[in-house]
Write a protein that binds this ligand. Sequence first.
Ligand code: CAA
Length: 256
Amino acid sequence: MDYKNILISFEGEIGVLTINRPKALNSLNIETLRDIQEVKNNHVCKILILTGAGDKAFVAGADIAEMKGMSSLEALNFSKLGHSTLKMIQDLDRPVIAAVNGYALGGGTEIAVACDFIYASENARFGLPEVTLGIFPGFGGTQRLPRLIGKGKAKELVYTGKMVNAQEAYQMGIVNRVFPLASLMEETKKTAAQIAGNGVVGIRLAKMVIDAGFNMDLTEACSLESYAFSFGFTTEDQKEGMTAFVEKRKPNFKGK
Ligand code: CAA
């Protein structure tokens, strides 16, 4: 499959999706969002890493040049396209790690936050500068970010439009780990490989239960966990994982 604005590569069971518009700092236009949506239908891997081309930007936001002349209805469609793309990433039946390698502004912070977790390089910058453009976030910045870091911190970022560096983003709970730019991908791949070596079914169920349970009340969420937990006992991975433990050997998970 040929994409105009993204690159896809594979190393064993790890897929890497690179947003590839470096001249526009990998900003998200309509075509790029559509390319990202296609990935779901065309590629299989155990774990996906999302990053940006070059060493300056992960994603510098939605494409301002494209948005500039939009009517209100076009802006609605654009926001909906952004939301469906980010929801697709969030709901992928495998983990997605964002490797944020530079500016992650506006739609860049929003797409990173839609991933399962974020690793960042020391030169990464996060922020929601939409208010400096006379608008406000439209790809989930007012919704996913408050759920991740709390309303007060999210409001401060949304209202000020200020950028925070990787360490500040780490302290705020946006980012899990920070690495020098040169080692970001290597470190992200190490974690990806560790995840890929575990039982895929268990990971998929865990992702589903964590995400679905997050907005439920605790009793319902724990009940969902119990049913999903019991489903795990219908799989070959469960038999293999526990048999391997008892036999004191490494498990050979098949993802079934
Ligand atoms: N859209 C379109 N083009 C962009 C872009 C964007 N979001 N961000 C950068 N570019 C383009 C610039 O126009 C420039 O193009 P030219 O070389 O053709 O002039 C090129 O990328 C390089 O950018 P700069 O020259 O500006 O680079 P810099 O190092 O001086 O600054 C920056 C880097 C601080 C990231 C700056 O580019 C910037 O502020 N970008 C915009 C960030 C932003 O406001 N993002 C939010 C967008 S709105 C949004 O995302 C809405 C939403 O929620 C859906």
